[in-house]
Design a protein around this ligand. Structure first.
Ligand SMILES: *Cc1c(COP(=O)(O)O)cnc(C)c1O
Length: 414
């Protein structure tokens, strides 16, 4: 039975008649740029995140760009971001003329390391962009403390984390700005590109709103140079159809993650990302015992996870082999992300180019499994059974006892 990494049709076609009605509403309204559909979605998302302002934009990427532009960040400035993230985070920093300063990530929560951020703050630092990767909040307290102490802005890249929480409050509302994406593979997936910028700052919100339409205020009068970063009303109307179902999507993703954890953690050599919240951020020993083959993602108690990705770590250089074996059974996986940003060709000019070893290791170990809400029990079993068989065969191949796998193959020697 095929288990795709993501199946958009099961979710979207369940709402087909409502989506068509939303399309017809926009068609008949004759309004195709901004207006009430966009206003309404902005209000709903802002309320959900617990902030005063939402500004609907053309993509998550443009949301980051707009936030940087609204903060007036540019040439000569430095902006700190994780190296282990999607390209857009750093691409936008470079596009406004600033220098991306890459920091290493925690191998337990996959998010940027606060001690590394602290080490890289300089008088040129104008902002920190923590990414809430895979659906789980970054260690925000430490980042916000640093930002306050050094008087720099925080742009939360919550593209993957709408509805994720940090200490009981939704992410996106902690920083100067928060940004979200409605790219189809995100948890609130649209029908094309889209995103939103949120903030509690009235002045910055007004500036971002104006920059969204070429910095015009009033029309045809330009104090700043902006761009065309608008969210389409059609996109807003369609997303509004899905929004009421969002809590249910999240619950199903959580149930899927729990199901995987329950079944996979019983297998020999499979452990949950070690040590809990205390070990997290703490140098990356990872706390996994020797003989570990697979590390399951940890969901910290204080950071309600929305599971945009269920990302395991395959130890011992076996990731690509596991990926191929799963693909042969029709199970879709993806590697987020195979090349950390500090090693990207386009960022070779960012000097000094230091090694960021934890991220480099993550890029070789990470493998994301299907976790989309509509997975059936049979599909989930297909995934866990396939992994169980892989582990059993790798054990049998070396004639090892289950409790003491030695080096090589699936076993860990780090
Ligand atoms: C998806 C994503 C973005 C960009 O969003 P788009 O809507 O695809 O432009 C930015 N940052 C992260 C971490 C993302 O996952």
């Amino acid at each position: 039975m095929p288990v795709p990494l993501l199946d958009l049709n099961v979710q979207n076609l369940a709402l087909e008649s409502e989506l068509k009605a939303a399309f017809e509403r926009v068609l008949h309204s004759g309004q195709f740029i901004l207006g009430p559909e966009v206003d309404s979605l902005e209000t709903k998302i802002a309320a959900m995140v617990g902030v005063r302002h939402g500004i609907g934009v053309s993509s998550g990427t443009d949301a980051i760009l707009l936030a940087l532009m609204a903060l007036g960040i540019g040439l000569g400035d430095e902006v700190i971001c994780p190296t282990f993230t999607f390209f857009a985070t750093a691409g936008c920093i470079a596009r406004v003329g600033a220098k991306p300063i890459f920091v290493d990530s925690c191998p337990i929560c996959f998010n940027l390391r606060v001690d590394e951020v602290a080490r890289k703050i300089t008088p040129k630092t104008k902002a920190i962009i923590p990414v809430h990767l895979f659906g789980q909040a970054a260690e925000l307290d430490g980042i916000l403390d640093l930002a306050r102490a050094h008087d720099v802005a925080v742009i939360e890249d919550a593209a993957q984390s709408l509805g994720a929480e940090y200490k009981g409050r939704p992410v996106g509302g902690f920083g100067t700005f928060g940004v979200f994406s409605f790219f189809p593979s995100k948890n609130l997936g649209g029908f094309g590109d889209g995103g939103i910028v949120v903030t509690n700052d009235d002045e910055l919100a007004a500036r971002a709103r104006s920059l969204r339409t070429h910095g015009a205020k009033p029309k045809y009068h330009h104090k700043y140079i902006g761009g065309n970063f608008r969210l389409d009303p059609l996109q807003a109307a369609l997303l509004s159809v899905k929004l009421p179902h969002y809590p249910e999507y999240t619950e199903k993703r959580r149930a899927n993650a729990a199901y995987y954890a329950e079944r996979l953690s019983k297998l020999p050599g499979v452990v949950v990302g070690g040590g809990g919240e205390k070990a997290c951020q703490n140098g990356g020993a990872g706390g996994s015992p020797s003989g570990t083959r697979i590390v399951l993602p940890a969901s910290h108690e204080q950071r309600a996870h929305i599971w945009n990705q269920y990302t395991i770590r395959v130890i011992g250089g076996q990731r690509d082999k596991v990926r191929t074996a799963l693909a042969e059974k029709g199970i879709g996986t993806e590697v987020y992300y195979p090349v950390p940003l500090h090693l990207q060709e386009c960022f070779a000019y960012v000097q000094p180019r230091e090694s960021l070893l934890l991220a480099e290791r993550l890029s070789k170990e990470c493998l994301s499994l299907p976790v989309y809400p509509e997975l059936t029990v049979a599909q989930k079993n297909e995934v866990t059974d396939a992994i169980a068989i892989l582990i059993r065969t790798s054990l049998a191949a070396r004639g090892q006892s289950e409790s003491a796998p030695r080096d090589g193959g699936f076993s860990a020697r780090r």
